[in-house]
Design a protein around this ligand. Structure first.
Ligand SMILES: Nc1ncnc2c1ncn2[C@@H]1O[C@H](COP(=O)(O)OP(=O)(O)OP(=O)(O)O)[C@@H](O)[C@H]1O
Ligand SMILES: [Mg+2]
Length: 208
């Protein structure tokens, strides 16, 4: 493996999968062997007799390296609810060590590994640990997807504070317009860049 990134977001539904797939496709186009990982997914449908999460399918479709689902998505739950609650209901404990082992296996298969978190940065995984703890154990640069909508400045500042408080590496942030027609878009991007002292890596306009 040459490089891995951890994709987190200002919230659920802000475009982490959208951006992760874009990144994967960009690296594939550059000739790299690329694989997407979604360690914890809540919300599955029965596809060809197998309970499958939509993010996992999208990441898989964008990737050019095939790997067992047990590695790309070690934890999946049927109900689209908070992962630690879904796990509790299923009588399972989400173990960061299990995810780390799957991650380590995937690093042997690809040049670039793109790992998508679940929800926002402090989403609990079990009684004691959160997505932030997973990012710390994986110890790879973080890319923050900012869902450009009213409230995004506050969400971004809170998330960046949480990343910095753990001494983790924020590689950059991407402004993503998962909803059309945000007013004062440019001013919001400029405010975020100025307040977190980091220019926006890329703008993803709303596009179907
Ligand atoms: N730039 C965009 N243009 C158009 N639609 C977008 C864009 N970004 C995201 N969307 C749409 O918004 C919805 C939410 O995006 P996405 O699934 O990527 O969010 P997420 O942060 O990965 O959510 P989750 O927390 O469930 O993993 C999806 O239907 C996606 O196709
Ligand atoms: Mg997603």
């Amino acid at each position: 493996m040459k490089q891995a990134f951890f994709i987190t977001g200002t919230d659920t539904n802000v475009g982490k999968t959208y951006v992760a797939c874009k990144l994967i496709r960009d690296y594939v186009a550059q000739g790299f062997k690329v694989i997407g990982m979604k360690p914890v997914a809540a919300g599955c449908e029965l596809v060809d007799g197998e309970w499958t999460n939509d993010d996992v399918l999208k990441l898989q479709a964008a990737s050019n390296v095939k790997a067992p689902r047990a590695l790309t998505n070690p934890y999946f739950f049927k109900e689209p609810i908070a992962p630690h609650i879904a796990a509790e209901k299923a009588g399972i404990k989400i173990e960061i060590e299990v995810i780390k082992q799957a991650f380590d296996e995937l690093t042997k298969l690809a040049d670039i590994l793109i790992v998508e978190g679940a929800g926002g940065f402090l989403v609990p995984l079990n009684e004691a640990e959160t997505i932030a703890d997973l990012a710390a154990v994986l110890n790879i640069p973080i890319i923050l997807v900012v869902g450009m909508k009213l409230g995004c400045i506050n969400h971004t500042l809170l998330t960046v504070e949480a990343i910095k408080a753990r001494n983790l590496m924020l590689d950059g942030w991407i402004a993503n317009q998962a909803e059309p027609g945000m007013s004062s878009y440019d001013e919001n991007v400029a405010t975020i860049a100025q307040k977190i002292h980091l220019n926006c890596m890329a703008n993803c306009p709303y596009s179907l």
